[in-house]
Design a protein around this ligand. Structure first.
Ligand SMILES: Cc1cc2nc3c(=O)[nH]c(=O)nc-3n(C[C@H](O)[C@H](O)[C@H](O)COP(=O)(O)OP(=O)(O)OC[C@H]3O[C@@H](n4cnc5c(N)ncnc54)[C@H](O)[C@@H]3O)c2cc1C
Length: 391
């Protein structure tokens, strides 16, 4: 039998995060719109255990499931997109790569600090001329005597200034194409020479992104945690982002619906609450229907996602929830009339933040390519829909 109920542990965790959201995160959401990193919120969330969700229990974390992480990110995003994105940086792909592939001394040093909020992480994949097409990246790590030397530029990177550890996707020893891709860990906290920030950009969501240059950055060979031929391995880990990114979008869509319902009840026009007009009720109904459909699909993908999700199901969930959330957040601005366009109104911030969804964590176009490839090239029509791995 299908069971849609949450466990008592999940409910307890969500009650704690909901309280933090209402008391701390939501009232201060405007503070972070200028690119300031939400350290205050991160400290509170670390104390509640949230930042250690992807850290295994033996290193002081929770070792939480992907579904648990989805639920918590969704709750945080109801209050503040910028904070949810900062938390994603700790519970997402970079922490999972460290937990799975880093050598033990590295894990012992950094994983407890990730859980306690003392170590901020950054993942560096995108380059000025290479985003989706990761197999063509030019950043290169070369083994020189007993050191690895890294050169290259990464851009559109979150938390560059704040991060203590960079998880860098890199070419290894100049090996061309997808076969050459591996991963190196840079401990910026140690102050290694050769790392410089060469550009800082303010986003429509509120946070900063930056460009970082690696100029003969030297690390020990153990820091090259995945050598060449590892793009597939990295992409498996990256698939978790395809459940976590839409969780943030879902939270913003839910927040926008809740604010809209309140406004429909409180705002009068022509002597009636605007919620008395059928045209406005249908907006609320459509928003709620879309959210329920997206939540069902995302939870289904997340519930079967440990250790890493089914790529096709996660891609379907991400595409649907990303696009649904943009539509819902846009409609919420419409419900609020001109006030919906003001920075001070949460629906306005949600509308801007939610636009990130279809861009980060795999674009909707490339994920549609993936789903289409599964259907046309792999699906076994003899067993019908069961020909897809996840049924
Ligand atoms: C808020 C935010 C935070 C980010 N944080 C990080 C971070 O921390 N670390 C990091 O490394 N990167 C980060 N990024 C960058 C993000 O990962 C890239 O923007 C994304 O991978 C897309 O790459 P691109 O921008 O170079 O677009 P491109 O790859 O140049 O794509 C441009 C357009 O072409 C489409 N396209 C490309 N290939 C195909 C194809 N085969 N078929 C159909 N359409 C295609 C794309 O879908 C897109 O619409 C962040 C981006 C945002 C917006």
């Amino acid at each position: 039998m299908l069971d849609f109920s949450l466990t008592s542990d999940q409910r307890q965790m969500l009650e704690t995060v909901e309280r933090i959201r209402k008391d701390v995160i939501e009232p201060n959401a405007m503070r972070w719109m200028d690119g300031t990193f939400p350290y205050d919120n991160m400290h509170v969330l670390a104390e509640a255990g949230v930042l250690g969700m992807a850290v295994p229990e033996e290193y002081g974390g929770m070792g939480a499931s992907i579904l648990d992480t989805v639920l918590v990110l969704e709750e945080i995003a109801k209050g503040c997109y910028v904070t949810a994105m900062a938390v994603l940086g700790e519970v997402g792909v970079q922490c999972r790569i460290i937990s799975t592939y880093a050598p033990d001394p590295f894990k012992e040093k950094w994983l407890p600090k990730i859980a306690s909020g003392e170590c901020i992480l950054s993942v560096c994949m995108t380059e000025p001329n290479v985003g989706t097409d990761l197999g063509n990246m030019t950043t290169n790590a070369v083994l020189h005597n007993d050191r690895v030397v890294i050169n290259g530029t990464k851009t559109l990177i979150s938390r560059i200034e704040e991060a203590d550890v960079y998880v860098v996707f890199t070419r290894v020893n100049d090996i061309p194409g997808s076969q050459g891709i591996g991963c190196v860990l840079l401990e910026k906290g140690e102050g290694i020479p050769g790392i410089s920030t060469t550009g800082t950009y303010h986003t429509m969501g509120g946070e900063h992104l930056a460009e970082v240059q690696f100029d003969n950055v030297e690390v020990a060979p153990e820091n090259l945690i995945l050598k060449e031929n590892s793009l597939r391995t990295l992409m498996s880990a990256f698939n978790t982002q395809r459940c976590l990114n839409p969780a943030i979008c879902l939270g913003m869509a839910e927040s926008s619906l809740e604010h809209s319902i309140r406004y429909l009840r409180e705002r009068d026009a022509f002597g009636h609450p605007i919620g008395d007009f059928q045209g406005m009720r249908w907006k609320a109904a459509d928003m709620a229907i879309q959210i329920e459909a997206g939540r069902g699909l995302l939870y289904r993908a997340a519930a079967t996602a440990d250790p890493f999700p089914d790529p096709t199901l996660a891609a379907m969930a991400k595409v649907f929830v990303n696009e649904m959330s943009i539509a819902v957040c846009s409609e919420a601005v419409q419900v609020h009339g001109g006030y919906g366009f003001l920075d001070e109104f949460p629906v306005s911030r949600n509308y801007r933040g939610v636009r990130y969804g279809t861009l980060g964590g795999g674009t909707t176009e490339t994920l549609r390519n993936l789903v289409g490839r599964t259907l046309v090239e792999k699906m076994d029509l003899e067993s019908g829909i069961a020909g897809l791995d996840f049924f």
